[in-house]
Ligand binder design. Structure first.
Ligand code: KG4
Ligand code: ZN
Length: 392
């Protein structure tokens, strides 16, 4: 069984093809193609992701990616068997006319490929961006007469830890699902979310706390902007922080550190950084070194809060493992801090491969695969809808 996975929730257009033997007792998972086009450079100009632009770029990228993915997977055959009725495809892609034209051309050039199922992110994310991927999946579902599995992007981040280090070269790229002990706690940190999740099993999640305002990644991006660093700010802050030192004039609060619940708040931290910049500027102390010091102190402040609340959750729920995932889980300081902290608990820490921390479609294939293996359910294409604020 060959599965096509599509991710367009934010500013990465990602598409992959995986192969599985569809054997219930010993399913395997092999990566045939894994592609992503990042729109970061396009959005950097605006200091953040611009939804209408993201939508347009996804629409432009999807067909070239599909064509390449089919070639990678050895599923591209130039001998066309012709398209019968394109009216319904045109209807589905009514709001993406350029995508429709490109897709029609491709479908008229190739033989129906041996793809058996489509998995697509249907939320959460930017609604206009999500719709492009969803409608593309629906159109392919009709054209190739294959079913769709809608996937939750956050579940994708959680299951990204299942992909083994060398996943590209393995016949069995996933860690065995039964090699994990539950419950686990998952800390999801991305540009749009900061959540602590109780994971009772694969596909069985409960959010036990989340941010009441900004997400961690968002805070990284906003603070970076104040420090004149380009979007996305996370990696830039992280690099600057390495050169920062402890500085008694550069202190930030640890918001909601002692509230005894699992809620987070990061918008106040951003305001504190603004005041800090103002006061350093007034005292003629705002310079490259203090910028690095702010970056360092900011990482400490965020990490202190994340560690404190996550450890409390591990203790309260008797967690047998900790998962940290989402774009911010690429942060070296946060990864190292948790690695050290976990020595106290004697439970495993699961982090995604560095290149799978950000948005990608392999994590969507993985989450969809885990669910499909368990439930064997697909959704008729006309019932697949994008849900911007989809919950876990
Ligand atoms: O999961 P993701 O790729 O997209 C969303 O679903 O939101 O996360 C993107 C976020 C951005 O806010 C970016 O600044 C942040 O992850 N990020 C980082 C690092 N790399 C990416 N934040 C801190 N340190 C990093 N190294
Ligand atoms: Zn994400």
């Amino acid at each position: 069984m060959n599965i096509l996975a599509i991710e367009t929730s934010c500013d990465e257009t990602a598409l992959s093809i995986i192969q599985t033997n569809n054997n219930d007792t010993e399913p395997n998972f092999r990566v045939l193609s894994d592609l992503v086009i990042s729109q970061i450079d396009i959005h950097a100009e605006y200091g953040g992701v611009f939804p209408a632009l993201a939508k347009r770029e996804h629409a432009k990228n999807l067909v070239p990616l599909l064509s390449q993915a089919l070639r990678d997977a050895g599923l591209y055959s130039g001998a066309s068997n012709g398209l019968q009725d394109t009216d319904i495809l045109q209807q589905i892609l009514e709001r993406e006319p350029e995508l429709f034209e490109q897709l029609r051309t491709l479908l008229n050039t190739i033989e129906t490929p041996s793809i058996d199922m489509i998995m697509v992110t249907h939320g959460p994310g930017l609604a206009p961006a999500l719709w492009v991927g969803v409608n593309f999946a629906r159109a392919l579902s009709v054209a190739w007469n294959i079913p769709v599995v809608p996937v939750n992007h956050m579940e994708g981040h959680i299951t990204s830890i299942l992909l083994k280090d060398d996943y590209k070269n393995l016949d069995e790229a996933l860690s065995p699902l039964d090699s994990f002990s539950f419950p686990m706690i998952a800390l999801l940190v991305s540009g749009g979310h900061t959540q602590l999740v109780l994971v009772r099993g694969w596909g069985d999640y409960e959010i036990i706390g989340e941010t009441i305002d900004d997400a961690v990644g968002e805070a990284f991006d906003k603070v970076a902007r104040m420090l004149d660093m380009e979007y996305p700010g996370g990696p830039k802050i992280s690099r600057a922080a390495v050169h920062g030192v402890e500085n008694e004039h550069v202190q930030l609060p640890r918001p909601m550190m002692h509230t005894n619940d699992y809620r987070f708040s990061f918008s106040g931290l951003k305001t504190s950084v603004r005041y800090l910049i103002e006061s350093l500027t007034e005292n003629n102390q705002y310079n490259e070194q203090t910028i690095n010091d702010i970056a360092r102190e900011f990482e400490y402040a965020v990490t202190d809060v994340l560690v404190k609340k996550t450890c409390a959750a591990i203790e309260e729920y008797g967690a047998q493992g900790l998962i940290i995932a989402g774009g911010v889980s690429a942060n070296t300081f946060i990864r190292d801090s948790f690695e050290q902290e976990m020595n106290r608990y004697n439970i495993p820490l699961y982090l995604p491969e560095q290149k799978l921390c950000g948005d990608n479609s392999l994590m969507i294939a993985t989450a969809g695969f885990v669910n499909y293996t368990k439930n064997k359910t697909t959704t008729p294409q006309d019932e697949v809808v994008a849900v911007g604020n989809l919950k876990l």
